[in-house]
Design a protein around this ligand. Sequence first.
Ligand SMILES: [Ca+2]
Ligand SMILES: [Ca+2]
Ligand SMILES: [Ca+2]
Ligand SMILES: [Ca+2]
Length: 294
Amino acid sequence: MENLVAWSLDLELFDFDDDFDLDVMVASRGPGPAVVLLNDGTGVFSSHPVPALADQVHAALSPVDLDGDGLLDVLTLQDAPGGGRNSVLRNAGHGEFLANPGPFWGPADNPVKLDFDAATLDFDNDGTPDLVVTGLRSGMLDVNTRLLLNSGAALMTAAAADGAAFPVVPELAQSFGLQLADLDHDGRDDAVVAVRDELQRNAVLFGSADPQDDVPLDTTPPRIGVPQLFSLAVHNRERVTYRPGSTTRRCRLAGTTSGSTRSSPHTTSPRTRSRPTGGACRTWSSRSASRPTN
Ligand SMILES: [Ca+2]
Ligand SMILES: [Ca+2]
Ligand SMILES: [Ca+2]
Ligand SMILES: [Ca+2]
Protein backbone atom coordinates (compact mmCIF):
# COMPACT_ATOMS: atom_id res chain seq x y z
CA MET A 1 0.00 0.00 0.00
CA GLU A 2 1.23 3.45 -0.90
CA ASN A 3 2.20 5.59 2.08
CA LEU A 4 0.52 8.93 1.44
CA VAL A 5 1.02 10.61 4.84
CA ALA A 6 4.12 10.43 7.02
CA TRP A 7 2.70 11.73 10.32
CA SER A 8 -1.05 11.56 10.88
CA LEU A 9 -3.00 11.99 14.13
CA ASP A 10 -6.55 12.07 12.77
CA LEU A 11 -8.77 10.67 10.04
CA GLU A 12 -12.41 11.37 9.20
CA LEU A 13 -14.97 9.70 6.95
CA PHE A 14 -17.48 12.18 5.52
CA ASP A 15 -19.00 13.24 2.21
CA PHE A 16 -16.30 15.63 1.01
CA ASP A 17 -17.75 16.22 -2.48
CA ASP A 18 -21.48 16.17 -1.61
CA ASP A 19 -22.43 13.18 -3.76
CA PHE A 20 -23.84 11.06 -0.91
CA ASP A 21 -20.97 8.63 -0.47
CA LEU A 22 -18.35 8.63 2.26
CA ASP A 23 -14.91 9.94 1.36
CA VAL A 24 -11.73 9.94 3.46
CA MET A 25 -9.72 12.88 4.77
CA VAL A 26 -6.44 12.16 6.55
CA ALA A 27 -4.72 14.81 8.67
CA SER A 28 -1.00 15.36 8.12
CA ARG A 29 1.68 16.75 10.40
CA GLY A 30 3.98 16.78 7.41
CA PRO A 31 5.89 16.66 5.34
CA GLY A 32 3.13 17.24 2.82
CA PRO A 33 -0.48 18.35 3.23
CA ALA A 34 -3.56 16.43 4.33
CA VAL A 35 -4.83 13.78 1.93
CA VAL A 36 -8.38 13.55 0.58
CA LEU A 37 -9.52 10.33 -1.10
CA LEU A 38 -12.82 10.49 -3.02
CA ASN A 39 -15.12 7.49 -3.19
CA ASP A 40 -16.51 6.70 -6.65
CA GLY A 41 -19.57 5.20 -4.99
CA THR A 42 -18.37 1.60 -5.24
CA GLY A 43 -15.64 1.77 -2.62
CA VAL A 44 -12.86 2.69 -5.02
CA PHE A 45 -10.94 5.74 -3.78
CA SER A 46 -8.76 8.20 -5.67
CA SER A 47 -6.63 11.11 -4.51
CA HIS A 48 -8.28 14.54 -4.74
CA PRO A 49 -5.93 17.54 -4.52
CA VAL A 50 -7.34 20.43 -2.47
CA PRO A 51 -5.66 23.83 -3.11
CA ALA A 52 -6.87 25.15 0.26
CA LEU A 53 -4.77 22.46 1.94
CA ALA A 54 -1.67 22.83 -0.22
CA ASP A 55 0.37 24.85 2.29
CA GLN A 56 -1.12 23.39 5.41
CA VAL A 57 -0.13 20.73 7.92
CA HIS A 58 -2.29 20.19 10.97
CA ALA A 59 -2.85 17.96 13.99
CA ALA A 60 -6.56 17.21 13.69
CA LEU A 61 -9.64 17.90 11.62
CA SER A 62 -13.38 17.94 12.22
CA PRO A 63 -16.19 18.17 9.62
CA VAL A 64 -19.16 20.36 10.60
CA ASP A 65 -21.55 22.64 8.69
CA LEU A 66 -20.61 25.95 10.31
CA ASP A 67 -22.47 28.32 7.98
CA GLY A 68 -25.69 26.33 7.72
CA ASP A 69 -25.74 25.92 3.94
CA GLY A 70 -26.15 22.15 4.09
CA LEU A 71 -22.54 21.45 3.06
CA LEU A 72 -20.01 20.11 5.55
CA ASP A 73 -17.15 22.52 6.24
CA VAL A 74 -13.91 21.39 7.90
CA LEU A 75 -12.10 22.66 10.98
CA THR A 76 -8.36 22.03 11.01
CA LEU A 77 -6.31 22.40 14.20
CA GLN A 78 -2.70 23.57 14.67
CA ASP A 79 -1.98 24.59 11.11
CA ALA A 80 1.79 24.65 11.41
CA PRO A 81 4.59 22.29 12.44
CA GLY A 82 4.92 22.40 16.23
CA GLY A 83 1.68 24.33 16.78
CA GLY A 84 -0.24 27.13 15.12
CA ARG A 85 -3.60 28.75 14.54
CA ASN A 86 -6.69 26.79 13.52
CA SER A 87 -8.58 27.18 10.26
CA VAL A 88 -12.01 26.86 8.74
CA LEU A 89 -12.23 25.33 5.29
CA ARG A 90 -15.60 26.41 3.89
CA ASN A 91 -17.26 23.97 1.53
CA ALA A 92 -18.06 25.65 -1.78
CA GLY A 93 -19.58 22.47 -3.23
CA HIS A 94 -18.38 19.63 -5.46
CA GLY A 95 -15.20 19.06 -3.43
CA GLU A 96 -14.00 22.69 -3.56
CA PHE A 97 -13.04 24.39 -0.30
CA LEU A 98 -12.10 27.98 0.61
CA ALA A 99 -9.49 28.54 3.34
CA ASN A 100 -10.79 30.61 6.26
CA PRO A 101 -12.85 33.09 4.17
CA GLY A 102 -13.95 36.25 5.89
CA PRO A 103 -12.05 35.26 8.01
CA PHE A 104 -14.50 32.87 9.60
CA TRP A 105 -12.10 32.36 12.53
CA GLY A 106 -10.13 35.58 12.99
CA PRO A 107 -6.74 35.86 14.74
CA ALA A 108 -8.13 37.58 17.87
CA ASP A 109 -10.28 34.52 18.66
CA ASN A 110 -7.78 32.09 17.20
CA PRO A 111 -4.39 32.48 18.91
CA VAL A 112 -1.54 30.06 18.34
CA LYS A 113 -2.33 27.01 20.46
CA LEU A 114 -1.57 23.32 20.79
CA ASP A 115 -5.13 22.18 20.07
CA PHE A 116 -5.72 18.49 19.44
CA ASP A 117 -9.49 18.05 19.29
CA ALA A 118 -12.73 19.92 18.71
CA ALA A 119 -16.34 19.02 19.43
CA THR A 120 -19.55 20.83 18.54
CA LEU A 121 -22.76 21.63 20.37
CA ASP A 122 -25.37 24.36 20.07
CA PHE A 123 -24.40 25.97 23.37
CA ASP A 124 -26.54 29.12 23.00
CA ASN A 125 -29.55 27.44 21.38
CA ASP A 126 -29.59 29.67 18.31
CA GLY A 127 -29.47 26.80 15.79
CA THR A 128 -25.78 27.14 14.90
CA PRO A 129 -23.13 24.59 15.91
CA ASP A 130 -20.79 26.12 18.49
CA LEU A 131 -17.38 24.73 19.28
CA VAL A 132 -15.24 23.49 22.15
CA VAL A 133 -11.54 23.05 21.40
CA THR A 134 -8.96 21.49 23.67
CA GLY A 135 -5.31 20.44 23.67
CA LEU A 136 -2.03 20.79 25.51
CA ARG A 137 -1.61 23.63 28.00
CA SER A 138 1.48 25.65 27.07
CA GLY A 139 1.87 27.35 30.47
CA MET A 140 0.48 27.28 34.01
CA LEU A 141 -2.33 29.72 33.19
CA ASP A 142 -2.84 28.88 29.53
CA VAL A 143 -6.54 28.45 28.74
CA ASN A 144 -6.26 25.29 26.68
CA THR A 145 -9.99 24.46 26.53
CA ARG A 146 -12.19 27.17 25.04
CA LEU A 147 -15.81 27.65 24.04
CA LEU A 148 -16.42 29.50 20.77
CA LEU A 149 -19.85 30.70 19.70
CA ASN A 150 -20.77 30.55 16.02
CA SER A 151 -22.85 33.34 14.46
CA GLY A 152 -23.07 31.42 11.18
CA ALA A 153 -20.47 33.78 9.70
CA ALA A 154 -17.74 33.79 12.36
CA LEU A 155 -16.47 31.99 15.44
CA MET A 156 -16.03 34.16 18.54
CA THR A 157 -14.64 33.28 21.96
CA ALA A 158 -17.43 33.10 24.53
CA ALA A 159 -17.32 35.97 27.00
CA ALA A 160 -18.01 33.86 30.07
CA ALA A 161 -15.25 33.11 32.56
CA ASP A 162 -12.15 34.17 30.56
CA GLY A 163 -13.27 32.06 27.66
CA ALA A 164 -12.64 28.81 29.46
CA ALA A 165 -15.19 26.09 28.82
CA PHE A 166 -13.58 24.10 31.60
CA PRO A 167 -11.55 25.06 34.67
CA VAL A 168 -7.81 25.62 34.32
CA VAL A 169 -6.86 22.69 36.56
CA PRO A 170 -3.87 20.31 36.38
CA GLU A 171 -6.18 17.40 35.55
CA LEU A 172 -7.01 18.94 32.17
CA ALA A 173 -3.56 20.21 31.24
CA GLN A 174 -3.02 17.58 28.54
CA SER A 175 -6.37 17.00 26.87
CA PHE A 176 -6.02 15.07 23.64
CA GLY A 177 -9.63 14.07 22.91
CA LEU A 178 -13.10 15.43 23.59
CA GLN A 179 -16.67 14.21 23.07
CA LEU A 180 -19.85 15.98 24.14
CA ALA A 181 -23.18 14.31 25.04
CA ASP A 182 -25.88 14.59 27.66
CA LEU A 183 -24.81 11.58 29.69
CA ASP A 184 -27.16 12.05 32.64
CA HIS A 185 -30.25 13.23 30.69
CA ASP A 186 -30.58 16.51 32.52
CA GLY A 187 -30.80 18.54 29.30
CA ARG A 188 -27.27 19.92 29.63
CA ASP A 189 -24.29 18.76 27.61
CA ASP A 190 -21.55 16.89 29.42
CA ALA A 191 -17.97 16.26 28.33
CA VAL A 192 -15.74 13.20 28.18
CA VAL A 193 -12.07 14.16 28.02
CA ALA A 194 -9.18 11.90 27.00
CA VAL A 195 -6.06 12.87 28.95
CA ARG A 196 -2.47 12.36 27.82
CA ASP A 197 -0.93 12.27 31.27
CA GLU A 198 0.07 9.01 32.93
CA LEU A 199 -0.61 10.54 36.34
CA GLN A 200 -4.17 11.61 35.50
CA ARG A 201 -7.26 9.64 34.65
CA ASN A 202 -9.55 10.44 31.77
CA ALA A 203 -12.31 12.75 32.92
CA VAL A 204 -16.08 13.14 32.68
CA LEU A 205 -17.40 16.63 33.43
CA PHE A 206 -21.11 17.20 33.86
CA GLY A 207 -22.62 20.46 32.66
CA SER A 208 -24.38 22.34 35.43
CA ALA A 209 -26.34 25.54 35.87
CA ASP A 210 -24.17 27.01 38.61
CA PRO A 211 -22.69 30.43 37.79
CA GLN A 212 -19.18 29.04 37.28
CA ASP A 213 -20.24 26.51 34.62
CA ASP A 214 -23.49 28.08 33.42
CA VAL A 215 -24.25 25.40 30.85
CA PRO A 216 -27.74 26.23 29.53
CA LEU A 217 -30.50 23.70 28.91
CA ASP A 218 -30.52 22.36 25.36
CA THR A 219 -33.85 23.65 24.04
CA THR A 220 -33.18 23.69 20.28
CA PRO A 221 -34.14 20.66 18.18
CA PRO A 222 -31.76 19.55 15.46
CA ARG A 223 -32.29 21.16 12.07
CA ILE A 224 -33.62 19.20 9.13
CA GLY A 225 -30.90 19.20 6.50
CA VAL A 226 -30.34 17.46 3.24
CA PRO A 227 -29.15 14.19 4.83
CA GLN A 228 -32.41 13.97 6.78
CA LEU A 229 -34.40 14.70 3.63
CA PHE A 230 -32.50 11.93 1.88
CA SER A 231 -33.22 9.44 4.62
CA LEU A 232 -36.93 10.33 4.63
CA ALA A 233 -37.00 9.71 0.89
CA VAL A 234 -35.33 6.31 1.29
CA HIS A 235 -37.94 5.43 3.90
CA ASN A 236 -40.69 6.39 1.41
CA ARG A 237 -39.05 4.49 -1.49
CA GLU A 238 -38.35 7.64 -3.47
CA ARG A 239 -35.37 8.54 -5.60
CA VAL A 240 -33.61 11.77 -4.65
CA THR A 241 -31.39 13.86 -6.89
CA TYR A 242 -29.55 16.53 -4.95
CA ARG A 243 -27.43 19.35 -6.27
CA PRO A 244 -25.76 21.57 -3.64
CA GLY A 245 -26.96 25.17 -3.74
CA SER A 246 -29.64 24.30 -6.27
CA THR A 247 -32.71 22.12 -6.04
CA THR A 248 -33.62 18.64 -4.91
CA ARG A 249 -35.91 16.36 -6.93
CA ARG A 250 -37.90 13.58 -5.33
CA CYS A 251 -39.48 10.90 -7.52
CA ARG A 252 -41.69 8.07 -6.34
CA LEU A 253 -40.30 4.74 -7.41
CA ALA A 254 -42.47 2.63 -9.72
CA GLY A 255 -44.95 0.30 -8.04
CA THR A 256 -44.95 2.04 -4.66
CA THR A 257 -47.58 4.07 -2.90
CA SER A 258 -46.95 7.48 -1.51
CA GLY A 259 -47.80 8.68 1.96
CA SER A 260 -47.26 11.41 4.46
CA THR A 261 -44.32 11.40 6.83
CA ARG A 262 -44.39 12.80 10.31
CA SER A 263 -41.18 14.31 11.54
CA SER A 264 -39.95 13.31 14.95
CA PRO A 265 -40.55 15.63 17.91
CA HIS A 266 -36.89 16.58 17.62
CA THR A 267 -37.16 18.12 14.16
CA THR A 268 -38.03 21.70 13.31
CA SER A 269 -40.71 20.90 10.75
CA PRO A 270 -43.95 19.59 12.30
CA ARG A 271 -44.87 17.47 9.26
CA THR A 272 -43.43 16.75 5.85
CA ARG A 273 -45.91 15.49 3.25
CA SER A 274 -44.72 13.35 0.42
CA ARG A 275 -47.49 12.64 -2.06
CA PRO A 276 -46.20 12.93 -5.61
CA THR A 277 -49.11 12.28 -7.96
CA GLY A 278 -49.13 10.25 -11.14
CA GLY A 279 -45.52 9.21 -10.62
CA ALA A 280 -44.33 12.75 -11.34
CA CYS A 281 -41.26 14.22 -9.71
CA ARG A 282 -41.40 17.24 -7.45
CA THR A 283 -38.62 19.73 -6.88
CA TRP A 284 -37.59 21.22 -3.58
CA SER A 285 -35.16 23.96 -2.78
CA SER A 286 -32.00 22.54 -1.25
CA ARG A 287 -32.58 24.73 1.83
CA SER A 288 -36.12 23.51 2.42
CA ALA A 289 -37.34 20.06 3.32
CA SER A 290 -41.03 20.87 3.10
CA ARG A 291 -41.82 23.46 0.40
CA PRO A 292 -42.00 22.39 -3.23
CA THR A 293 -40.80 25.18 -5.50
CA ASN A 294 -42.67 23.99 -8.55
CA1 LIG B 1 -18.56 11.70 -1.54
CA1 LIG C 1 -21.27 24.71 5.13
CA1 LIG D 1 -25.11 28.20 18.53
CA1 LIG E 1 -26.00 16.40 31.28
